[in-house]
Design a protein around this ligand. Sequence first.
Ligand code: FAD
Length: 813
Amino acid sequence: MSDFPSTARVVIIGGGAVGASGLYHLAKAGWTDCVLLEKNELTAGSTWHAAGNCPTFSTSWAIMNMQRYSTELYRGLSDAVDYPMNYHVTGSLRLGHSDERVQEFQRACGMGRYQGMDMQMLSPDEAKQMYPFMETHDLKGVLYDPSDGDIDPSQLTQALAKGARDLGARIERFCPATGVTRDGDEWIVHTHKGDIRCEFVVNAAGYYAQTVGEWFKPYGGRTVPMMVMSHQYLLTDEIPEIAEYTANHGKLPLMRDVDSSYYLRQEKTGLNLGPYERNCKAHWITPDDPFPEDFSFQLYPDDLERLEWYIEDAMARVPLLGQVGINKVINGPIPYAPDGLPLLGPMPGVPNAFEACVFTFGISQAGGAGKVLAEWITEGATEWDMWAVDPRRFTDYTDPDHCISKGMEVYGHEYAMHFPWHEWPAGRDRKRGPNDAIVRELGGVMGAYNGWERANWFAQPGDDVSEKATQTWNRAGPWAQRIAEECAAVRDHCGVLDLPGFTRFHVRGQGADDWLRGLITGALPKVGRMNLVYVADARGRILTELSCIRLSEDSFILITAATAQWHDGDLIRRSVPEGVTVEEATTERSALIVTGPASRDLLAPLTDGDLTLPWLSHQYCTVAGRKAHIARVSFAGELGWEVHAANEDMADIYRAILDAGAKPFGMYALNSLRIEKGYRAWKGDLSTDYSMLEGGLDRFVKLDKPQDFPGKAALMRERQQGSAKRFVTLIVDAGEADAPYMSTIWHGGDVVGETTSGTWGYRIGASIALGMIRADLAVPGTELEVEIYGERFKAVVQPDTPLWDASNERIRA
Ligand SMILES: Cc1cc2nc3c(=O)[nH]c(=O)nc-3n(C[C@H](O)[C@H](O)[C@H](O)COP(=O)(O)OP(=O)(O)OC[C@H]3O[C@@H](n4cnc5c(N)ncnc54)[C@H](O)[C@@H]3O)c2cc1C
């Protein structure tokens, strides 16, 4: 008891695979004065009963990075820490039943190869040669991932723990954390063995993360958005044919029949079948099934009835399965966040606290998660942009009902394809803007943006708005004609986009000007004007983009994307000096974009504002007799205004603008219009994967200003040494689909970059991709190729001016 640590730099709460990996990576980074607390024995949570599959496949770049890193780590871990471990790299076969599935595989293959992995597409016959017991007659194509495999989750955790201990980190087993207190700049983590004072604390408590998260509420925290599913796999008796095959050829690759929603893996000389069933079951969500204080090393009762369809389907796929009995069933708790991805990164609203919890694939992701967590803590930034898993991506709309319905939806569609035109139906209508009813009456086909419902496009009577119609990667679909019409209205006349949910911060007080100059990379607008401002991290990489409206010398409104609400809130509030206040006004007000060459004439009779004021001006006035704040900007790249007003005034303003003849348009049209102008979108084109200079944002970087803003030194260095990559606009001779995010860009036989956005430009009549390429190739006219769902298409680098209205005459008209 006496050597119980009373101080540490970091305390990690939870000793599963993820917590242990976090400790190991902190220790490897030199932070050896760290302690992991485990309430029971290591692995007592989800880790001990996990199947241990370690896929690398993902259509998320960040997740693929984490999983790839894990497999690389696991290959050498046993030797590195001198701990014997069962890790079988068997490769995997992912079965595609449809052309769309094969396209999805092709896309992941492209991303995987870009990350240095040798993923390949196989014909069904080739796949059968690798897995002779499998029926392949109904398959369209198979993805082979040679780096897939399985690991013993307990051994993995123990190996990581040993590695951490050997470097000097501490692990306290049978030592539950019981609470936290903040004392000045330090955390005190309480346990029954004593308190530990530390700089940083990590919630790595797996499915207990919500309980642990409650302790942080007095310090700015929120309820951790999660729920718990029951997940099963079953192990068969030995299968003699598999024993014989293994003796001659080695282990079978893992097989995933993703369209039927299960995996089938060789376990010793039998099989392990693990379905993600539609008729799934959540646990611990009703009063008669309360969350247990301690569920260490426990399982739920077997529930094979739920899996019947999947077992039969797998028996048809691998008939050998029908010849053996079931030896064992594992039914354990698995936590789900509303999008099925983990919570990994800064704890929203709480200083020096992090989350590394709610992992549904925590064995395959533990390695990468440990690396990312350690980077967040020791460097304040991660090598790869990790927004996909950043806890701040969920805000206040994730109440228990939402978490439960989304968790069940994600679990039941764990292997589903995420088509660009599809919006998942569960957990919707969390936030409705003041014009919601009108938008829906007009045919709005809605999408959720940080919980806010916005129209993606406007359907006409007779248009197919079914979920089925959205199951395509291609541009064509019921929406295409409508998007074309909406873009044409914006180009030729006037369109209006209802845009609830913009994040707004009012920054006021003496010194606000100076403080903001020290935060952003560029210049502030003059009073009465507005401009875009950017915040970089210490490496000069892009953290965020905000519209900055200057009301007076020391009074500003910062407007940012709906999804950036908590991310940017954290960023802005982190360093507010005395005398300056930051108030958020996201929910009280809403916005419209009114844009197109006729927008001035259309607005003139409705407003007492001065519509001759120039581009990037703003003013308070009335619109349709209601108080409004109008700003002369247009993300669509036409003459136009953003109209901001209080919620209660918005419906009158919207109706008046519609009555005056503006055509409603949606987010899909806006995406096309903004890409034609080369306007970047946050967390696609603008991310911490790129520096400000790589991102082509040079004109928003003022290296000669006196303030020492974050990233200044790094950007000065980069300016002297040159950037490795450069932002470009490409015109692509695309086929039926435009380039999705992270399509690889080729030059000759080499991959030289990646796309960050792609769409059809309806005003210019061409497929466009925005992307990042090797800097020496960023020369107008350079011919490249973009790989779109496995096929390469010619692409030409465009001049560094917008494709539409190159000299910005239309927006300045
Ligand atoms: C049947 C099944 C099969 C699975 N198969 C796979 C698979 O093949 N591949 C894969 O990648 N994933 C799989 N998973 C998911 C995987 O098990 C989890 O994602 C992973 O184990 C999560 O690890 P973790 O460290 O985040 O959480 P956990 O392993 O749950 O660890 C959290 C730890 O925190 C401890 N703790 C909680 N509260 C406190 C406290 N107050 N103080 C101290 N300690 C505390 C708990 O005791 C626990 O040990 C499977 C899950 C199930 C249910």
